[in-house]
Design a protein around this ligand. Sequence first.
Ligand SMILES: Cc1cn([C@H]2C[C@H](O)[C@@H](COP(=O)(O)OP(=O)(O)O[C@H]3O[C@@H](C)C(=O)[C@@H](O)[C@H]3O)O2)c(=O)[nH]c1=O
Length: 182
Amino acid sequence: MAKLRLEQTGIEGLLIIEPTVYGDARGSFMETYRYEEYFNIGVTKRFVQDNQSVSKKGVLRGLHFQKNHPQGKLVRVIKGTAYDVAVDLRKNSSTYGKWFGVYLSGDNHKQFYIPEGFAHGFLSLSDEVIFGYKCTDYYRPDDEGGVVWNDPDLAIDWPIHEVNEVIVSEKDKLLPKFRELG
Ligand SMILES: Cc1cn([C@H]2C[C@H](O)[C@@H](COP(=O)(O)OP(=O)(O)O[C@H]3O[C@@H](C)C(=O)[C@@H](O)[C@H]3O)O2)c(=O)[nH]c1=O
């Protein structure tokens, strides 16, 4: 059974989840998603897509969202360590414009549930980060939105001192600022 440990983040709906890990002489085992148990702690949307990315140290992906078909995401690091950030873009939220960051690693097994209505991104802090996530809606390239990672108003405290250089895609360098979002 999953036996989940839950941490609140101070932002409604945004959850840190720690599944139980069963270690034995062979290695370890954990359930990374189980519908009814995750539903009971607030992960209520169905998932329709699973993704995996591999990143070198210093790669920063984000901050991304979909405009008309928002995706909730259950994210985790399978191998390596990343600093993962969600920004609340829900206009009716008391924490609108606030960000929350958490270290996710293959060793701490933490999962981050980012509901619909957030921008999401992460910074890879180890030589290789294998990142896996489930999404509540399909990827639609024509619906992509984003905010530039180093937006001055969001002022995200990325741990860039832990990497030699920050590597950002050309697409992500051109993302608008938070105050330019409609
Ligand atoms: C995200 C995504 C990308 N792709 C393709 C498009 C492109 O050719 C290639 C790389 O796409 P990107 O540069 O957008 O990948 P990436 O920068 O890793 O995008 C991801 O970033 C993180 C932070 C998220 O939160 C995700 O939702 C997603 O936006 O993969 C898909 O086919 N399906 C997908 O779901």
